[in-house]
Design a protein around this ligand. Structure first.
Ligand SMILES: Cc1cc2nc3c(=O)[nH]c(=O)nc-3n(C[C@H](O)[C@H](O)[C@H](O)COP(=O)(O)OP(=O)(O)OC[C@H]3O[C@@H](n4cnc5c(N)ncnc54)[C@H](O)[C@@H]3O)c2cc1C
Length: 416
């Protein structure tokens, strides 16, 4: 079968790789000059399968109110007059109940665990390296109330088979000695030893190279302008370089996915949530963490990528504004250097921002839709790197008519 994959981010490239392995003829279209150059470029680097707690939960509206107005707030909302964003926010609020949060966590976790296993298989099969570390993820807390809220949830996850251990501050420092300077402020931590970290862009670039060598055609610098359709089938992709046709199409355009399918009558509730990252060349390895971390207080994640430290966070709901605000990037950098003083030269920091494709329930949109030959693989939000390989495997199973390794209940567009 000839399959056109729209988008060469981590999700599209992994999908192309799995489809090629099944013997399909695959063409990948992307407007950028190479793979993984938009949201998959400089993310937080975490393969955080054990951290699939959705943004929407009972405490979220109150936490958001507390943050709004603070200059260093991890969250900013500027809906303006955008009706799509207002509709998204209403759906988000509807997901802020304990029952929905449990349901959404289970759905995301199902996919994330499959994905982590699949990533390991890909690594074993291809031998690729992308500054990966398999040291787990340590979530550290400086606020007693937050820690007390997180512990029962961690114990619940542990009983459900997602290994988690609750640590006191000394045990946190024993696990990650670079936390020594922060020891007086720590109230505890929760470690998920099976989680991982690594450079999503390096992974995407290498997988694209392997896929190209295996016969996948990548057309970079190709803007997708529209999908041509007749009845309930896509007949071709209109690009700056002419029409590209296939038997089947996979939508993996990240935050831009809803724009392309709206003319077909498909409404994908995905909104861009801008995040920031700062990458610091390590100056003092002893003061720089190797274990990937989540700093609960500032909602920042840390990943050691070889001789670099990546720090990422912030969420801005303000439409498709891709401009980098240097003040926001400085907040991320300074909070990192506050936690790990002397680990890097602040002047050498490289700042970046990208748009997370967020659904209101923090679960991606996978599978078939009412356009017969269009498969959806989008809306991965904060966890697209974590979920890319599993989502790709699901796509390949659907195309081949195999039963996917996980139930797709609650992962499709029909849930909205
Ligand atoms: C600050 C930050 C930190 C993050 N940290 C983590 C983390 O630690 N762990 C994790 O799992 N996830 C993390 N994420 C989320 C993760 O990066 C995303 O979910 C993931 O990159 C989405 O991948 P994608 O392939 O769907 O989208 P993208 O990488 O955006 O790929 C979509 C592709 O479509 C192309 N495209 C779009 N429109 C068009 C068009 N009209 N024509 C042609 N091409 C087009 C783009 O060029 C792009 O290459 C983070 C995100 C951010 C912003």
């Amino acid at each position: 079968m000839r399959i056109v994959v729209l988008g060469a981010g981590v999700v599209g490239v992994a999908t192309a790789w799995f489809l090629n392995r099944d013997g399909h003829e695959v063409v990948v279209l992307d407007r950028q000059p190479g793979p993984g150059l938009e949201t998959s470029f400089a993310n937080g680097g975490q393969i955080s399968a054990n951290h699939t707690t959705p943004w929407a939960g009972p405490a979220t509206p109150w936490t958001a109110l507390k943050w709004l107005g603070r200059a260093d707030s991890p969250l900013r909302i500027r809906p303006g007059l955008d009706p799509a964003l207002w509709a998204w926010l209403a759906r988000f609020l509807a997901n802020c109940t304990a029952a929905r949060m449990r349901r959404n966590t289970e759905r995301a976790l199902r996919l994330a665990l499959l994905s982590r296993d699949t990533l390991r298989q890909v690594r074993a099969e291809t031998g690729i390296h992308y500054d990966e570390l398999t040291l787990g993820i340590l979530h550290v807390f400086r606020d007693c109330a937050e820690f007390d809220r997180a512990v029962p949830q961690a114990e619940l996850m542990d009983r459900a088979g997602c290994r988690r251990r609750v640590l006191d501050p000394d045990a946190c420092v024993a696990l990650e000695p670079a936390l020594a300077a922060a020891r007086p402020d720590l109230v505890g931590g929760i470690v998920s030893p099976d989680d991982e970290s690594g450079d999503a862009h390096a992974f995407t670039a290498q997988m694209a190279a392997l896929a190209a060598a295996a016969g996948v055609e990548f057309r970079y610098g190709t803007e997708v302008r529209a999908l041509a359709a007749r009845g309930d089938r896509v007949t071709g992709v209109e690009t700056g370089g002419g029409t590209v046709s296939g038997d089947l199409y996979v939508l993996a355009l990240g935050s831009y996915s809803p724009l392309l399918v709206r003319p077909l009558g498909l409404r994908l509730p995905i909104t861009p949530a801008k995040g920031y990252s700062v990458t610091l060349p390590v100056a003092d390895p002893a003061r720089t963490p190797r274990v990937s971390l989540i700093d609960d207080e500032h909602k920042l994640v840390y990943s050691r990528l070889g001789d670099r430290l990546r720090v990422a966070g912030m969420a801005e709901l303000a439409g498709y504004d891709t401009r980098l605000d240097p003040a926001r990037a400085r907040v991320v950098r300074d909070q990192a250097l506050g936690l790990f003083p002397g680990c890097a030269d602040p002047e050498a920091a490289e700042s970046w921002c990208g748009l997370r494709p967020k659904t209101p329930d923090s679960v991606p949109i996978l599978g078939r839709c009412r356009v017969g030959n269009l498969l959806l693989n989008t809306g991965h939000g904060t966890l697209g790197w974590t979920m890319a390989c599993g989502s790709a495997r699901v796509m390949a199973d659907l195309v081949a008519g195999r039963t996917p390794a996980i139930s797709l209940d609650g992962l499709g567009l029909d849930r909205f």
